[in-house]
Ligand binder design. Sequence first.
Ligand code: SAH
Ligand code: DHB
Ligand code: MG
Length: 223
Amino acid sequence: MSGSQLWDDVDDYFISNLSPDDEALCAALRDSDAAGLPAIAVTAAQGKFLQLLAQVQGARHILEIGTLGGYSTIWLARALPEDGRLISLEYSAKHAEVAVRNIARAGLDRIAEVRVGPALESLPKLADENPAPFDLVFIDADKVNNPHYVEWAIRLTRAGSLIVLDNVVRGGRVADPGSTEPDVVGTRAAIELIAGHPRLTGTAIQTVGSKGYDGFALARVLG
Ligand code: SAH
Ligand code: DHB
Ligand code: MG
C-alpha cells in the first residue's frame, strides 16, 4: 500500500531531519528484505514516535507483539535504560531469527528478547512468570486477535501504562461497520473494547506517509 508522492516527500523531509536511520536500523531493514520478509515495518518517523512515547512513559519494561525483523524493536529498546527489558513475541521462526541478528548488531541483545510462537500461546506463559508490569505494550501482529491482545495487555500492565495498536485505519477500512475482513473486524472490536473498558481511556490518530494511509490507537491504563 503506497501513498501519494507528496506523502513520501513529506516523510522524507521529516525523517531526514528528525529520525534518519543509523547503520543498525538500515542494516535491519536491508537484511529483513534480503531474507524475504515483507516490507511492513513502521517508518522511521513512526519508530521515533514509538521511542518518544516509551521515553515519555519513563519505560523500563516494554512488551511488543509482532516482531518481524526487529525494526520497531530497535527503536523501542533504545528508549530503555541499561537494566530495562523488552520482550517481543513473534509467530514466525524465520522472522524471529532475522530479528535476533538485527537486535544483536544494534547492541541490544541484553535488553531485547524475542520469543517464538503464536502470541496467544506466549502470553499466558509470560503471565505465569509474573513479570514486572510492562510500561508500554506495542501491538502489531495479526490484527484479527487485537481484542485478545488488548485484554492481555491490561493484565500485564499497571495504572499509567500505555497500550499502542498499529494499523488501525488500513486505508479507511476501519470505518466500514459491514466489513467482514478479519483485520478490520479485529481492530473494530479492539477499538470498541477500549471505548467500553472501565480501565482504559484512549484515542486513535490517522497517519499518512510512505506506508500509506493508516494510524495508531493509544490507550492509557487506569487504576
Ligand atoms: N512491529 C514490526 C512489524 C510487525 S509485522 C515493525 O514495525 O518493525 C507483523 C508481525 O506479526 C509479522 O512478523 C508476523 O509474523 C507476526 N505475527 C502474525 N501473527 C502472529 C501471532 N499470532 N503471534 C505472534 N506474531 C504474529
Ligand atoms: C501489515 C501489517 C503491519 O503490521 C503493517 O504495519 C502494515 C501492513 C500487513 O499485514 O499487511
Ligand atoms: Mg504494523
